[in-house]
Every structure is written in structure tokens, then in C-alpha cells.
Design a protein around this ligand. Structure first.
Ligand SMILES: [Zn+2]
Length: 216
């Protein structure tokens, strides 16, 4: 396991569309383990593979109840609206009000290859939408209604690095505060052609990917 560098908002990889995961193999599991460690280290509410330079449809969401790993996540239902403060580990120090569905349903594959369905609302719904957006090259700043200043944010406690377990949406935005800085690392090749423990059964754009080729 290793902590990976989190890309910043101006890095092009974040604007690309990620490919579906066809096979959950050793490399996929390594990616997931590294993402779990990276997310925990950054005290974020979620992390998507492109944020660590890998253009695969893998996200982790953790709004304080433990991390949920979602492979090929897809919204199947949305309802209502919420306007809350949102932040992103790739956009450190910036927060904005966004409009997201109040509740959602999503399908995904777990890391054991099981097709799962999740129902979520409020913070969790927002976090899942935010992470799925990353897989399509979308940042929250694209849909922000208005940016908010740090001084406008309400923190539940004095420790701004730790938003875990908070109930308020301001808290979740603040929790994504930390990040790494620039530099143009390129640790992005995740070839998916070793063993094949699991076939992933969700049918989306079946391009038998042989490499992550994040440059393109
Ligand atoms: Zn983000």
C-alpha cells in the first residue's frame, strides 16, 4: 500500500473520461488499497481513481461510516434537491455551494465482483454524485452556484482537517481541505492484463483496455 499523489484541478487527467473496469485483478486491488490509504491520509469524504492519475471507474466514498469501494458506479435514480457546500481534494482550499439530488440510488460492483445497489441521501448522495462526476471529467467547480470563502464555512469543531463523522454539509466540504501540490508526476499506468479473478458484469463501453494511457 502506498499513499499516491492527488492531482490538482489544473491537471488534464482530471478532465478525461475514465474507462470501465472489466476485470478486478491484482492491479485493481492495489489501486483500491492505495486509494483507501490516500483517502484516509487526506481525511477526505471521497476519492476517485482519476484523482490519483488512473482513468478507471473506481471511487471510494467515506462520509464517516467507513469507506465504500465502488467499481463502475452508476446512478440509477435521483430525487429532490439539496444545496450544500462542497469541496474536493483536487481543489484544496476552495469550497462552493452546489445543487445535488437529495437522494439517489446507484449500482456498482464491489471489489469481490458482486453487483451491488446502494440508496443514499444528503451527504452520502452528494459524495457519490461528486465522485461519479470525477469519472466523467467533471469537477464540482463546473457546477458551483457560488464559491464560498473559508471564513463563511461553519466548522463543527476547531480541527479543520477532520471532518469525519460530521452531520452538517459544511463539515463535509471542509473535510476535503487537504491536498498535495502540483508537480507533474506520471504514475498513471495501470495495465489490466494480469490474472483474471473476476469478470465485471456491467455492460458499459466494452473497450478491452490494455493500458490506462492517461496521457490521452
Ligand atoms: Zn473531488
Amino acid at each position: 500500500m502506498a499513499i499516491r499523489r492527488i492531482l490538482g484541478k489544473n491537471e488534464e487527467i482530471l478532465r478525461k473520461k475514465s474507462k470501465s473496469v472489466k476485470i478486478i485483478n491484482g492491479r485493481t486491488n492495489l489501486l483500491i488499497d492505495d486509494m483507501l490509504e490516500t483517502l484516509a491520509d487526506a481525511h477526505g469524504a471521497g476519492l476517485a481513481a482519476p484523482q490519483v492519475g488512473v482513468l478507471r471507474r473506481v471511487v471510494i466514498v467515506d462520509v464517516g461510516e467507513g469507506p465504500i469501494v465502488m467499481i463502475n458506479p452508476k446512478l440509477t435514480y435521483t430525487n429532490g434537491e439539496q444545496e450544500t457546500v462542497e469541496g474536493c481534494l483536487s481543489v484544496p482550499g476552495e469550497w462552493g455551494i452546489t445543487r445535488r439530488p437529495m437522494s439517489i440510488k446507484a449500482e456498482y460492483t464491489d471489489r469481490d465482483g458482486n453487483l451491488m445497489e446502494i440508496e443514499a441521501s444528503e451527504m452520502m448522495a452528494k459524495a457519490i454524485c461528486h465522485e461519479i462526476d470525477h469519472l466523467d471529467g467533471i469537477l464540482f467547480t463546473d457546477k458551483v452556484l457560488r464559491m464560498v470563502k473559508e471564513s463563511e464555512l461553519v466548522f463543527e469543531d476547531d480541527d479543520e482537517g477532520d471532518g469525519e463523522g460530521g452531520e452538517s454539509s459544511e463539515d463535509s466540504g471542509a473535510s476535503e481541505g487537504k491536498s498535495s501540490k502540483g508537480a507533474s508526476g506520471d504514475e498513471s499506468s495501470e495495465a489490466e492484463n494480469s490474472e483474471k479473478p473476476f469478470e465485471v458484469g456491467s455492460g458499459e463501453a466494452a473497450e478491452a483496455g490494455n493500458s490506462e494511457s492517461s496521457e490521452n
